[in-house]
Design a protein around this ligand. Structure first.
Ligand code: NAD
Length: 362
């Protein structure tokens, strides 16, 4: 009998996903009915026009507006109290990862089901990962209660997203795909999802840039963002996510832009250690190398360039590297020393390729 080297355990998370451009209102109404939970809490920023359009369908008993990045603990507490006071039966989040994240914080302690309506490509809606920030430290965890029961995707809801956020959020989604290639629980299924996700995202982002008011590119990006996030949920956090988690939670850097900037440095660091995966990622990028493909895409999209443009100080690099080091997964394709993290952070801080780190400090 032939013995093969393919051995893995894979867990697929159970979730209902509804795709339909221009159909969010009817799909949401159907889901609220199906879940039999008419007392809805809407979690969405006040300025979110998608929420304003969809609120009449939901007729929420509470609309919680106070949405902030990385879910501050005091905001989560207030939202939970508001849900309890209004005897809420279902939480509907409309917005980016921050709105989804707050809905997850409510579900974590109340067990309430979530219907998520994403308006960015952040992908939090497809994961069972929660995050809450207290005293400048972001705590994260995995819990089945925070996985939205249903995701309602409608590409038309992303039309108002400013171009810079389309680009940063789209690259954040590509980062889910790339990091899933070598994350601790990566397997052939997460890798297949991630590679198709990367392919769809880069097509989608190029199409959105060329035709910002058309829906096709946005549909492709949402589809790719979902696949990459599903891959990430199963594969877990790799080196890239551990770095960005510390930069966001301890140094207050904006989520999507930080991912967009750090990704090329981590890909340049890890890629050569896994040549087969690097070649498959290169094919997904449609380029001779994955590193080159990502750089070309970033140039075309005029992606965020350097962490120093977002408030990260050069003097913070050493402390950040020290916080990240103990969190680096043992499964990373190559060993990571503190000096490697300093090199990665220095390149990301300066916006230069990893192998030009000496120039970066010039
Ligand atoms: P965000 O939700 O903070 O949105 C960024 C900005 O875009 C906000 O000002 C928001 O109001 C605005 N916006 C969103 N959609 C819009 C639209 N369609 N039109 C106009 N403006 C719009 O940012 P994000 O990058 O989507 O999410 C970041 C958060 O999500 C972070 O806290 C991150 O940790 C979390 N996240 C969690 C996971 C997970 O699996 N748990 C995955 C990805 C991201």
């Amino acid at each position: 009998m032939e013995i093969t080297a393919v051995r893995f355990e894979h867990e697929t998370l159970g979730q209902r996903v509804i795709f339909g451009s221009g159909a969010a209102a009817e799909n949401l109404a159907r889901e609220v009915e199906r879940l039999g939970a008419p007392r809805v809490m809407l979690v969405a920023g006040e300025s979110n026009t998608a929420a304003a359009d969809l609120a009449p369908v939901l007729r929420p008993v509470v609309w919680f507006h106070d949405v902030a990045q990385h879910v501050p603990a005091d905001v989560a507490d207030r939202a939970r109290r508001a849900a309890a006071d209004a005897q809420v039966e279902l939480v509907v989040s409309i917005g980016g990862g921050s709105a989804t994240g707050l809905a997850k914080a409510i579900a974590l302690t109340t067990g309430l089901p979530i219907v998520a309506v994403p308006t960015t490509f952040a992908g939090s809606e497809a994961t069972n990962v929660w995050g809450i920030t207290e005293s400048s430290r972001k705590l994260t965890g995995v819990d089945a209660r925070v996985l939205p029961a249903t995701v309602v995707y409608d590409a038309a809801l992303t039309l108002g997203l400013p171009r810079e956020l389309v680009v940063a959020s789209g690259l954040n989604a590509i980062a889910h795909g790339v990091d899933s290639l070598w994350a601790p629980r990566a397997d052939p299924i997460t890798q297949a999802l991630a590679l198709e996700g990367i392919r769809a995202l880069q097509d989608g982002l190029r199409a959105i840039t060329a035709h910002p008011t058309a829906l096709e590119g946005r549909e492709r990006a949402l589809y790719g963002g979902y696949l990459s996030a599903v891959a990430f949920a199963s594969a877990g956090s790799g080196l890239h996510h551990k770095i960005c988690h510390v930069l966001g939670g301890s140094f207050g850097l904006p989520h999507a832009q930080t991912h967009a900037i750090v990704l090329p440095t981590v890909l340049a660091f890890n890629g050569p250690a896994v040549p087969d995966l690097e070649a498959r990622a290169a094919a997904a990028f449609g380029a001779p190398t994955a590193d080159g493909g990502l750089r070309e895409l970033r140039d075309e999209l005029e992606a965020p360039r350097a962490l120093r443009d977002y408030g990260f100080a050069e003097s913070d690099i050493d402390e950040a590297a020290a916080i990240i080091l103990p969190q680096v997964p043992d499964s990373n394709p190559r060993p990571v020393a503190k000096s490697d993290l300093v090199a990665i952070l220095t390149a990301a801080w300066a916006g230069t390729p990893l192998d030009q780190k000496e120039d970066a400090r010039a």
